[in-house]
Write a protein that binds this ligand. Structure first.
Ligand SMILES: [Zn+2]
Length: 208
């Protein structure tokens, strides 16, 4: 990390991994960028670390890896078998089957979910971008159309207001729909190398 960045917050997961919020503390609302919500989508963490090793960018906070337990296991869920992106305390959260999309035993049952809820309450980000794979779309929730179009222009994926299937307890619903924070779910190409993905990602982060 460049020297101006600090670890602002962190939490220890069920498997003893650290989830960190890095950035430059500020009184002005910043954009929050989150990698590895799904453990088997490793690209976000690599891209964020590459970026914060190269740039000292004020105005953006990073959680490089929200789900390190899932990353270590190479699973979509965390080590409790919970899809973090179905575990947020939204109005449409529901108890579901214990499959890859299991939303947990109750809303915000997971350490990772609670951590992100706390970060949003405390830092009140002006916009949020989560980095996923593999759909090659810029999905958005809440008042994020302009940001989605800006990102789409750079990375050349189409803007899609809906991902095409119901997502109860999703982060987009929690932050975008219910809290009106412009929220982007950037679905990157999983076939692409980190080096190639980094070129548009760097331009996007620099534009925030
Ligand atoms: Zn994902």
């Amino acid at each position: 990390m460049k020297q101006n960045y600090q670890i602002l917050e962190n939490v220890i997961t069920a498997q003893g991994n650290l989830v960190s919020l890095c950035g430059i503390a500020s009184d002005i609302a910043q954009t929050l960028v989150i990698g590895v919500v799904h453990g088997d989508e490793y690209q976000g963490e690599k891209l964020i670390y590459k970026y914060i090793d190269e740039f000292d960018k004020a105005g953006v906070l990073f959680i490089p890896c929200l789900n390190p337990d899932g990353r270590d296991l190479n699973t979509r869920t965390n080590s409790n078998g919970v899809d973090i992106n179905r575990n947020f305390p939204t109005k449409n959260w529901e108890l579901t089957e214990k499959d890859n999309y299991y939303g947990g035993s109750e809303p915000a049952s997971e350490i990772e979910t609670k951590f992100l809820v706390k970060i949003i309450d405390k830092y009140k980000p002006k916009a949020i971008i989560t980095l996923h794979t593999p759909y090659k779309i810029v999905n958005f929730d809440g008042p994020a159309k302009d940001l989605a179009e800006m990102i789409s222009e750079i990375i050349k994926y189409p803007v899609e207001p809906s991902i095409g299937y119901p997502t109860p307890g999703s982060f987009g619903t929690y932050a975008g729909v219910e809290r009106n924070i412009p929220t982007i779910t950037l679905e990157m190409d999983e076939e692409e190398t980190i080096e190639n993905l980094y070129q548009p990602i760097k331009t996007i982060f620099n534009s925030l």
